[in-house]
Ligand binder design. Structure first.
Ligand code: F6R
Length: 607
């Protein structure tokens, strides 16, 4: 949601903090700020809007100091103004915060009775004022921080520094992630180890409830019972250049083009090196024993789950209950003992998905997670985790994480089908082989980018766009519409092609382009009939199919993209590419901020 970073050492920290914030900008970009401690006390610079505004401000007005904290914000309490930007500070303490303080109003009312005056509308400022209040009543900064933490409700992580102490950062984690970097003559904190990649590869993660004291040469960590604990320090494999844009104009484009490679990595990790069969040694769920699988996730990850529902039910004959995590949590679903829970998440931190996972565990469901970020909370809490190998995804719109989720779900389906005895050995071999074709087919599909860019020039002026598909192409239509909406701000909807005549067809005219996802599967004739219904009403269709489908449907289409031929099983993975590229090029033509679309953040750690 927000990104926090902190450093204590011997060198000037402002440039390091700005660099760290740059790497965390995907978590929020409504405002940014930095605070440092010098002999003169706390000093800070804050700016509304993107990080560049803060950089420009600091170029004219640098911030000295060898200890500091920084923040990039996705606004929750209080608008995205400079006044609400972090770090929040009094004359004694400065705080950066990611997450939400649920009881902030109660604490604010209490402090107001002690004549404390608040400068912002944020929940964070109660932390500053409460610590200050306790220090004013004789506590040490560490005691005051501990006492304050004990009074906070909610999910959050914090970095705290104190006037008069140039060698202490207090850090705390309750619910949202916090990585600690061990450097040479320096210690760091960050919401994501990515931010620390240029500084150190020696990383440990605080566990939930931990409170840590960092000085330039030492770290002490205490768990939620107050006991001193050690958290393992690992060598992170994230390198500084993994996070660059390389030759690409945007992270999103780079990530679209990385798909053949990361799909290869993901699929290889799911196959036995010798036999080439699907191989999931870590999977603790016995698919032969469960009667139903519940899948919950949010956004794009939910659409991956929606594709998987088709696969699990058709191939593994496993009934799937599918729901958006924020709905499932509150739906009071009857508990079935023979059920298992699957959550899907790129970040592994999305709060609604995390809470759905926790609820499922409480209800006694065996659980497993498909996650991209190792060390994330969901990865730690699920009974079993399968990791996608997408690598860091920085563009806010999910692309490579989505297709690696699909590949993992496809492999899981085959694994489940084998255990449940619902697939013949020949069919299993054939579908596994198709899965292995994906990287090469993706590389071929990416060569269509020039054509897609041309089509984007025709479509980018539309106000509304409809996406249609049947079977697994229905969730892909929803995903296509989501991609377009979030980065181009064009209103778009995804519909089951057969459902169009029950309402949305009223929208059709020559100004509403219709994107039809129609790989040649068993439903092609029906999908093409739906295209004719659109064309007959003056609607302009972009047909996405292979040469077979295009030959049959082209005459009714205004535009066509001829995809490489593929087995219908893997079509969702392949057809993700043209919808991603189309959304990307439309957004570029519209001049939107592709990697950091308005109002969004990469990891949504609030409800
Ligand atoms: C859309 C997008 C979001 C995420 C959703 C879940 O492009 O990125 O819809 O898919 O916020 O995030 P994760 O997968 O991190 O749980």
């Amino acid at each position: 949601m927000c990104g926090i970073v902190g450093a204590v050492g011997k060198a000037e920290v402002s440039p390091l903090l700005l660099e760290g914030l740059n790497r965390l900008a995907y978590r929020g970009y409504d405002s940014a700020g930095i605070a440092t401690i010098t002999q003169n006390g706390i000093d800070r610079r804050r700016a509304e809007g993107k990080l560049q505004n803060l950089v420009a401000k600091m170029a004219n007005d640098p911030l000295p100091g060898t200890i500091g904290i920084g923040h990039t914000r996705w606004a929750t309490h209080g608008g995205p103004t400079e006044n609400n930007a972090h770090p929040h500070a009094s004359d004694k303490v400065a705080v950066v915060h990611n997450g939400i303080i649920e009881n902030y109003q109660e604490l604010r009312d209490e402090l107001s009775k002690h004549q404390v005056r608040f400068e912002s509308e944020t929940d964070t400022e109660v932390i500053v004022q409460l610590i200050t209040h306790y220090i004013n009543h004789g506590m040490t900064p560490i005691e005051a921080s501990r006492k304050t933490l004990a009074r906070l409700h909610g999910a959050f992580s914090l970095g705290i520094i104190f006037a008069g102490d140039e060698n202490l950062i207090c850090a705390a984690r309750r619910g949202t992630p916090l990585a600690i970097g061990h450097g040479k003559d320096a210690m760091y904190i960050a919401s994501d180890a990515l931010a620390l990649a240029p500084l150190t590869n020696q990383i440990c993660y605080l566990s939930d409830g931990d409170f840590a004291l960092l000085t330039a040469h030492k770290i002490e960590i205490y768990d939620d019972s107050g006991a001193r604990v050690e958290r393992p320090v690992r060598t992170s494999s994230l390198s500084a250049d993994m996070i660059g844009k390389g030759e690409y104009r945007h992270f999103m484009l780079k990530e679209i083009h990385e798909q053949p490679e990361v799909l290869g990595d993901t699929i290889n990790a799911l196959m036995h090196p010798a036999s080439g069969e699907v191989y999931l040694p870590e999977m603790t769920i016995d698919f032969a024993k469960i009667n139903r699988l519940t899948i919950t996730a949010c956004g794009t990850a939910y659409y991956a789950g929606m594709v998987a529902k088709y696969w699990f039910e058709q191939i593994a004959k496993l009934p799937v209950e599918l729901d958006i995590a924020s709905e499932w949590r509150y739906r009071d679903v009857p508990v079935e003992t023979s059920n298992a829970m699957l959550v899907i998440s790129q970040s592994g931190e999305t709060l609604d998905t995390l809470e759905a996972l926790r609820l499922a565990k409480k209800n006694g469901y065996p659980s497993f997670a498909i996650i991209n970020v190792p060390e994330s909370t969901m990865a730690r809490e699920a009974d079993a985790t399968v990791f996608t190998k997408a690598g860091p995804e920085i563009g806010v719109a999910s692309t490579k994480a989505f297709t690696t989720q699909l590949a993992t779900l496809a492999a899981l389906t085959l694994h489940a089908a084998k255990l449940r005895g619902t697939i013949t050995a020949d069919n299993l071999r054939a579908l596994t082989a198709h899965l292995r074709e994906i990287p090469a087919l993706m590389a071929e599909a990416l060569r269509l980018e020039k054509e897609i860019k041309l089509i984007a020039t025709d479509i980018h002026t539309a106000r509304d766009v409809l996406y249609l598909g049947r079977g697994t192409m229905f969730p892909m239509a929803m995903e296509g519409a989501l991609k377009l909406k979030e980065i181009s701000y064009i209103h778009a909807e995804g519909y089951a092609a057969g459902e169009m005549k029950h309402g949305p067809i009223a929208l059709i005219d020559e100004d509403v382009p219709v994107i039809l996802l129609a790989p040649p599967d068993a439903l092609l004739d029906k999908t093409l009939a739906n295209m004719q219904e659109v064309a007959a009403r003056g609607g302009k269709v972009l047909l996405i199919s292979d040469s077979k489908g295009c030959t049959r449907g082209k005459r009714n289409a205004a535009w066509a993209i001829e995809m490489p031929a593929c087995d219908p099983f893997i079509a969702p993975l392949l057809y993700a590419l043209p919808i991603q590229l189309l959304a990307y090029h439309i957004a570029v033509l519209k001049g939107t901020d592709v990697d950091q679309p308005r109002n969004l953040a990469k990891a949504v750690t609030v409800e």
